[in-house]
Design a protein around this ligand. Structure first.
Ligand code: COA
Ligand code: MG
Length: 287
């Protein structure tokens, strides 16, 4: 299970080709950054972006922000060279697009095994193809796996679907697989980056499903994701009261407590402790 050593409420995509955005991100209040070499970078900029990003990761200071690099797939002419150049810059994670099977991850893991600088680099998978979604369980269990990112735009294209409702089965299959293996699981992007109400609604929906956070495309989306995916004061207060009520019941020789007319069992205490631990991790990150 995720210990919240590092929250992932807000995960911002940054095109690896844009020096201004790369620099700006050093001061943004995001939990994680996806430095993108794939779809945010045009074919004629692929090679220069790779060089710029490798250089940036070696020299720029991103503080506690998790540094995730999305390389191009190995079925493209850029994938292998991306990995060679970027693994040597020791990112926190490599994000592989359009993962279809555990074999895709095993291949990447083997390449990382051969790169001493990438000893601690984990693997994240873009879950965005029908085959990948159907193989979510085996992908989650593959070596070095740490996180799933939902690629809802690609998935909608392949499913020929429109709207969130059509996405739910895929989202839930990924959540099930991620939780079964203790991975982080981050929801897809909200394309209309100027629509704050819509973003807030979709963040809340993702949070209620169980996602750790949301992938973002614009800095204006960060504050809302951090707020919605972080515990509220109300949740924290309830968590503290649940723990206190349960301890009191235990001291009186009972296995179950009642708080505000609702039952509190040890499983509720475990959830309450997780919420408090998440709040502590966020305070550490922001402090
Ligand atoms: N990361 C970091 N900084 C970003 C950013 C991002 N994703 N998107 C915009 N910014 C910065 C801009 O550099 C600009 O900085 P400045 O004013 O200090 O120079 C500021 O935020 C405002 O940008 P704005 O003018 O509102 O946006 P834009 O019109 O330049 O760009 C997008 C809009 C959507 C094209 C851009 O946000 C973007 O490229 N997002 C990422 C897309 C992506 O990675 N897609 C792949 C995954 S789906
Ligand atoms: Mg995609």
């Amino acid at each position: 299970m995720q210990t919240y050593a590092n929250p992932c409420r807000s995960v911002l995509y940054i095109p690896g080709s844009k020096p201004r955005a790369l620099e700006k991100a050093q001061g943004l209040a995001v939990d994680a950054i996806i430095f993108d070499l794939e779809d945010a970078v045009s074919p004629d900029e692929k090679v220069s972006a790779r060089r710029l990003l490798a250089d940036t990761l070696r020299h720029a200071e991103y503080g506690p922000r998790r540094r995730i690099v999305r390389i191009n797939g190995f079925d493209t002419e850029w994938g292998v060279d991306d990995l060679t150049a970027l693994a040597a810059a020791a990112p926190d994670a490599i994000l592989l697009p359009k993962v279809n099977s555990a074999d895709d991850i095993a291949r990447l893991a083997q390449m990382l095994d051969g790169t001493p600088q990438a000893k601690d680099t984990t693997i994240w998978a873009m879950m965005e193809t029908p085959r990948g979604i159907l193989n979510a369980a085996e992908i989650a269990a593959a070596p070095r796996m740490e996180g799933f990112v939902l690629g809802t735009n690609d998935l909608a294209k392949d499913l020929r679907s429109t709207g969130r409702a059509a996405m739910l089965t895929s989202l839930q299959l990924c959540l099930l697989a991620a939780r079964a293996e203790g991975l982080i699981c981050v929801d897809g992007v909200y394309n209309a980056f100027k629509d704050e109400d819509g973003l807030r609604r979709e963040c809340a929906e993702g949070r209620d499903m169980g996602f750790d956070g949301k992938t973002l495309i614009h800095p204006a989306q960060i504050a809302i994701a951090n707020e919605v995916f972080g515990p509220s004061e109300t949740e924290l207060e309830l968590a503290r009261r649940q723990i206190a009520a349960f301890e009191k019941a235990q001291a009186a020789g009972q296995g179950v407590a009642v708080l505000d007319g609702k039952i509190v069992e040890n499983l509720h205490v475990a959830s309450a402790q997780r919420i408090l631990a998440q709040a502590e991790a966020i305070a550490r990150l922001e402090g």
